[in-house]
Ligand binder design. Structure first.
Ligand SMILES: [Zn+2]
Length: 129
């Protein structure tokens, strides 16, 4: 397993500081965060699900908010950046989660207002395990 994707629901509009990246408005809707872990991907996913942790990655700041929930988690054999590139959605924040990016994704967090649309896209691609 190379990469994973978190399907995230933001239930109300929030204004959030994402570490050194800055402060941003997150509209209500669905977000797709693509990541990878070199060693233990399940351990990384478990960490994302935990509310008690030091805020280290950009995604930690988002997930730490009470209006934010992980609604689904998918794993893929694709590399993080290829999976991200295949994911439809709008980039709201440049540089989010893509500090180690090597395919110029601009952001590893994408936004879609409508979950049905997003799900359709994901399943049609057949990139998940
Ligand atoms: Zn990338």
């Amino acid at each position: 397993m190379q990469s994973y994707q978190l399907f995230i629901n933001v239930t109300k509009e929030i204004n959030l500081k994402i570490g050194k990246l800055g402060t941003f408005i997150f509209p209500v809707g669905y977000y797709f965060y693509t990541g990878s872990a070199k060693k233990n991907i399940d351990k990384r996913i478990k960490r994302h699900l935990s509310k008690k942790k030091n805020l280290h990655w950009h995604i930690d700041y988002l997930l730490n908010n009470d209006a934010v929930n992980i609604i689904d988690i998918k794993k893929s054999e694709m590399t993080e950046c290829s999976l991200n590139k295949k994911t439809k959605g709008t980039i709201i924040i440049d540089g989010f989660g893509s500090s180690d990016c090597n395919l110029f994704c601009k952001s590893h967090l994408k936004y879609q207002e409508n979950l049905a649309l997003a799900d359709l896209t994901a399943n049609a691609l057949g990139v998940y395990k």
